[in-house]
Write a protein that binds this ligand. Structure first.
Ligand code: HEM
Length: 529
């Protein structure tokens, strides 16, 4: 009643105006104080080490310098603090850059001291959690089920690659310009989808759309939301940032497509004692979830499934695009790679097994060399400190310290890699041939403080084994089926782009492809016919 009187009483206009002004003032003060407190929180020093790019209070200038040339800044840092620890002021406030010398020590800290998920959340989502990233069930299922079961799926995968190469690439009877990256994304999505959702769904355009766009849309949405203050974010996420609603729509579509499949499988398993469980990511997630103390709903599992695609598709697509750019720029590697592949194909008389892929040492080396010079990021090992600890050099880390390591600079270090700036496709094959021990030290999937593009430690990339097999399967099929060369030989390899710490191949670059004639086994040889 009192409320109604305010609006209907004789002094209603003045009172309403007063209320509105007070409300606006409250929001302004809250908004301002929130921004102020957030800025203060970011500016709080959590670790006593030198800061490279900040003079006095010139935070904006420091950020500008970081965005304009993060690589140059990290190169300077690597020169000055190669074996030490320093800070930079970056898009995420103070960021502590730790020399790889300390990674073994950091990685052996008790669980819960530093955390990958919290680091990722800080970097990509911010304090307001509008999308859930990181669930231990994901890494567990990838490492255990995907890695173990992939071998038995290789013939289906080979079928899918053949289908993808014929539908996603032009006929290329003669040399044809092809924009590589979007085509590779489709090929990787189809192939991965065969393993993740099975033939029931993997060619469904709606599924392909959400699985292959989810990651980029999260990045875009995340950047859009970062422009709003912490206080405004819950409101902005819902009403002002359409990119976020797009991400939520992808999740809703995933639920619509995946939940009925899960429910049907659950019914079949309950009613039919002879029900044979499909061998795919949907089933592995369902089975592992059912063993949990508090199992997630199927709707939550559907969202988690999309998160697996988030981790898997773009990373592999970027890697494969780099491989092809590197191969087109260095045609002298084509025949030695084909030679190795023919020899293995001839020996296995059909679809190569995991064991056969392990024998593709030249290809493994070429992939690792391409990754060394074209990693997805200047830095990896993104971790947030959760509980205080002190390293052996006496530096104390307090909660909230955000850590990264300069992976790309380690890869370019002449003290570690001979002629580090030179592309030597079989560098790692040569290193592996030195001794039995070295055979395992320099594989594409091997993580060491000198090879950090899959991260490091307990939370290093669990998908790298699958990535290695799938990339070899696609790469070998491409070089078997196509001749490849640069569109413009004078311009050379398409130049990578760097934004902040992210490194991407030029997504609009084209290569020339020409379909080769079919390969057939003739007596003891494989020949073009
Ligand atoms: C060439 C391809 C790939 C690259 C370069 C790559 C790189 C990385 C890196 C740098 C990390 C952070 C690790 C750390 O900070 O210690 C990571 C984490 C992760 N990757 Fe990959 N990755 C690739 C492929 C894949 C694939 C194919 C999958 C899934 C099948 C996958 C699933 C994951 C997951 C789930 C995590 C988070 C780890 C956790 O939850 O503990 N990745 N990856």
């Amino acid at each position: 009643m009192v409320f109604l009187e305010i609006f209907t009483g004789p002094r209603s206009f003045g009172t309403v105006a007063w209320i509105l002004i007070s409300l606006a003032a409250t929001i302004f003060v809250r908004f301002w104080s929130d921004n102020y407190l957030r800025a203060q929180k970011l500016k709080r020093q959590r670790i006593d080490v030198p800061i490279l790019n900040l003079k006095g209070n010139e935070y904006d200038a420091a950020l500008k310098a970081y965005v304009a040339d993060a690589k140059g800044l990290l190169q300077r840092g690597y020169k000055e603090f190669k074996h030490g620890i320093y800070q930079i002021w970056s898009l995420h406030g103070f960021t502590t850059i730790v020399s790889p010398d300390f990674l073994e020590e950091l990685s052996s800290l008790p669980p819960g001291t530093i955390d990958f998920y919290e680091g990722t959340r800080k970097r990509m989502v911010g304090d307001y959690e509008w999308v859930k990233l990181g669930d231990p069930l994901e890494a567990h299922t990838i490492l255990k089920d995907l890695t173990q079961n992939f071998g038995s799926l290789l013939s289906e995968v080979a079928d899918e690659i053949d289908h993808a190469l014929s539908t996603e690439l032009p006929e290329c009877k003669d040399w044809t310009p092809v924009t590589i990256q979007p085509r590779i994304l489709r090929i990787v999505s189809l192939m991965t989808g065969r393993v993740f959702v099975g033939p029931e769904l993997n060619r469904n355009e709606e599924w392909l759309h959400i699985s292959s766009n989810f990651m980029m849309d999260i990045y875009i949405a995340s950047n859009a939301l970062y422009k709003y203050s912490h206080f405004m974010r819950p409101f902005a996420a819902r009403f002002l940032v359409p990119e976020i609603r797009k991400v939520w729509r992808h999740q809703a579509t995933a639920k619509r497509l995946l939940v009925p499949i899960m429910e049907q499988r659950q019914r079949d398993a309950a009613s039919n004692p002879n029900f044979k469980k499909p061998n795919d990511m949907i089933q592995w997630l369902m089975d592992n979830n059912a063993k949990e103390k508090h199992p997630r709903s199927f709707a939550e599992l559907a969202k988690l499934h999309l998160l697996v695609c988030f981790s898997a598709l773009h990373t592999s697509t970027l890697a494969m695009t780099h491989f092809l750019y590197d191969l087109a720029a260095r045609p002298e590697y084509v025949e030695p790679l084909r030679e190795e592949q023919y020899a293995i194909q001839k020996a296995c008389k059909g679809i190569p097994s995991k064991f056969d892929y392990n024998k593709m040492i030249r290809m493994d080396s070429f992939m690792k060399e391409s990754q060394r010079l074209n990693p997805p990021s200047l830095m990896t090992y993104s971790r947030l400190v959760l509980t205080e600890f002190t390293l052996s050099n006496g530096v104390k880390f307090t909660p909230g310290t955000y850590i990264l390591t300069p992976a790309a600079l380690v890869s370019l270090d002449d003290d570690i890699w001979e002629s580090a700036n030179e592309f030597r496709g079989f560098r790692f094959a040569d290193l592996r041939s030195r001794s039995k021990d070295d055979m395992h030290k320099f594989q594409f999937t091997t993580i060491t403080p000198k090879a950090l593009h899959f991260g490091h430690g307990r939370q290093g990339c669990p998908g790298r084994f699958f990535a290695s097999y799938e990339l070899k399967a696609i790469f070998s099929r491409i070089i078997e089926t196509f001749d490849i060369k640069l569109l413009d030989e004078k311009a050379g390899r398409p130049t990578n782009k760097i934004f902040g710490a992210a490194i991407t191949p030029d997504e609009s670059a084209q290569l020339l492809l020409r379909r080769r004639r079919a390969v057939r086994e003739c007596g003891n040889e494989l020949r073009l016919v």
